[in-house]
Design a protein around this ligand. Structure first.
Ligand SMILES: Nc1ncnc2c1ncn2[C@@H]1O[C@H](COP(=O)(O)OP(=O)(O)OP(=O)(O)O)[C@@H](O)[C@H]1O
Ligand SMILES: O=c1[nH]c(=O)c2[nH+]cn([C@@H]3O[C@H](COP(=O)(O)O)[C@@H](O)[C@H]3O)c2[nH]1
Ligand SMILES: NC(=O)CC[C@H](N)C(=O)O
Ligand SMILES: [Mg+2]
Length: 519
């Protein structure tokens, strides 16, 4: 794989926030990649980075069995920054000492006092100043390795920042990557640019060119099939791949009858008419809805839909004489396997419909050009590629579509009712200028009927739940707080305009304990 020559390698020791380090470094205009500590040597060899960052992590370096960095990283002569566990690890591996804090450690907001100048905070912090940082540690360094000196301290960490300017090694006990360390991004930018000497000119335009070259090298003269959903990730992947290999790409858009109002037409008009990208529009409504008849269990629905997607893709691949590659819009958060120390299996909350089962069954190789990016970076790449804001700024939409927003049995009639209500809800959100402030908004048609009175007559119809959440990555979420008159207004419109619904509720559950979708 070709990579930008000027990069930073981040070794992941299992911190919850390792991905944020990559973000901050890229925000500073420097390309960075995360690799699990177990594959440190291969990643270093492949990337030839100009600097290395060692992440935090849950283990304790005081235990001999805890993870270490390969000695080769320290012999390579590149600058190294250790964060929390990373700092402790440098101490342990380079001749210092780490102990378990007798007083239980520091968690949350703390302040460091700067004692000496340091290249890490050149032009930013001065001796004598006090700065807010965010700590989360139970162990602490109590002797630094030869060559290091303490340049800042905090009440719980006498070695809050340590530096060996000769070797360009730095260690911080706090987490500069989180927003609760207000100057953290600038400290990381200083490390990447000032200490490692990188120009900070990495851009999406450069990423686009690198990826195009990579896709051409990988695909050669092969044929690529790309499932297009109308969502941001697959749209950006398809436009990028089309730019690289043109007509060797065929996109398949499956209308499973579980889409939102007008979605099919929008996808077809954008890709066929605007981009001139070969697009097969498969109407598979009958196949999906007949198979879903009588299915009420959420997992059974998801599994049927996942399998039927594969059947449809297989049939379409045969029609074009076979395909060698499957393109997916897989993103960074999907890729990084957080380093697991417990090794225990995690429970399945939901089987996310996953086209990942496809290549094995169809003997195809994956093309995943967005693997290094976060969602907002994908949006930026989409803009760079000239995709309209209508696509780039879209809320995510799950592959199983409305099926998982209709608890109980899914029928065409119920899909139609939900589509109408959902369209009104989203239209009002857009009109109120709230679409971009919300991460995802949708309606859920409940399998509950309630009594109402309309025009002096009795009604006995379905209940609709409205949901809107704010989130950064979908892993955690909070209910969106609508301004005063918004929900009553939408409620009135939906009950007046959609036959079959006579009551509307709003879902205030956060995630956890709820999930975003209801099934
Ligand atoms: N209706 C569909 N037709 C064809 N492929 C689909 C369809 N729905 C989902 N997929 C495939 O499944 C993948 C995963 O869906 P996912 O919702 O995670 O991504 P997305 O739809 O591209 O973006 P977003 O997360 O913004 O909705 C898509 O990238 C696409 O390849
Ligand atoms: O492509 C997808 N296939 C799926 O099977 C699927 N299930 C949930 N989602 C989306 O994932 C995010 C988190 O959803 P949950 O909190 O409901 O797990 C939310 O954005 C959901 O819309 C899916 N996306
Ligand atoms: N956040 C961290 O990296 C923690 C490091 C180590 N586990 C400690 O408790 O001190
Ligand atoms: Mg989607």
């Amino acid at each position: 794989m070709t990579q930008p020559s000027d990069s930073i390698l981040i070794l992941d020791f299992g911190s919850q926030v390792t991905q944020l380090i990559a973000r901050r470094v890229r925000e500073a205009g420097v390309y960075s990649e995360v690799a699990p500590f177990q594959s440190a040597a291969e990643a270093f060899e492949r990337l030839q980075p100009k600097g290395v960052i060692l992440s935090g992590g849950p283990a304790s370096v005081t235990l001999e069995t805890s993870p270490r960095a390969p000695q080769g990283i320290f012999d390579a002569g590149v600058p190294i920054l250790g964060i929390c566990y990373g700092q402790q690890l440098m101490s342990a591996q380079l001749g210092g000492n780490v102990i378990v804090s007798g007083d239980g450690g520091e968690f949350g907001q703390a302040f460091v006092e700067v004692h000496k100048p340091c290249a890490l905070f050149d032009g930013l912090w001065k001796p004598g100043e006090r700065h807010q940082v965010w700590m989360s540690h139970g162990d602490k360094v109590d002797a630094i390795p030869p060559g290091f000196e303490a340049v800042a301290t905090s009440p719980g960490a006498p070695f809050a920042i340590v530096a060996d300017e000769a070797r360009r090694y730095y260690g911080v006990q706090f987490h500069p990557e989180v927003v609760h360390t207000p100057d953290g991004g600038r400290l990381l930018a200083n490390f990447a640019r000032h200490v490692c000497g990188l120009a900070g000119d990495w851009t999406m335009a450069e990423f686009r060119q690198t990826k195009i070259a990579e896709i051409r090298a990988q695909v050669g003269s092969g044929r690529v099939l790309c499932g297009l959903s109308g969502g941001v990730d697959s749209a950006v992947a398809a436009v990028l791949i089309h730019e690289a290999i043109g007509e060797q790409l065929t996109c398949v858009f499956v209308d499973h009858g579980l889409l939102r109002a007008g979605e099919g037409e929008q996808v077809v008009s954008l890709f066929r008419n605007h981009y001139n990208i070969p697009l097969v529009h498969v109407n598979a409504e009958e196949q999906f809805l007949s198979g879903l008849a009588g299915v009420t269990d959420p997992e059974a629905k998801r599994k049927f839909i996942g399998k039927t997607f594969i059947d449809v893709f297989e049939a379409e691949a045969r029609k074009i004489g076979g395909a060698d590659f499957l393109a997916q819009g897989t993103l960074y958060p999907d890729v990084i396997e957080s380093v697991s120390f417990t090794g225990g299996p995690s429970v399945t909350i939901k089987s996310h419909h996953n086209v990942g089962g496809l290549p094995e069954r169809m003997n195809m190789q994956l093309v995943e050009p967005l693997r290094e990016l976060f969602k907002d970076e994908v949006r930026e790449l989409g803009r760079e590629l000239g995709l309209s804001e209508q696509f780039v700024g879209r809320h995510p939409f799950p592959g199983p579509g409305l099926a998982i927003r209709i608890p109980g049995e899914v029928t065409k009639e119920r899909c139609d009712i939900l589509r109408k209500a959902d369209a009104i809800y989203l239209e009002e959100i857009r009109k109120a200028g709230l679409y971009d402030a919300i991460w995802q908004a949708f309606a859920v048609l409940l399998p509950v009927r309630s009594v109402g009175v309309m025009g002096d007559g009795r009604t006995y119809d379905s209940v609709l739940a409205l949901r809107a959440v704010t989130s950064t990555d979908g892993m955690t979420a909070q209910a969106f707080q609508f301004p005063g008159d918004f929900l009553p207004r939408v409620t009135t419109r939906i009950i007046n305009e959609v036959r079959g619904i006579n009551r509307v509720t709003y879902d205030y559950t956060s995630k956890p304990p709820g999930t975003i979708e209801w099934e």
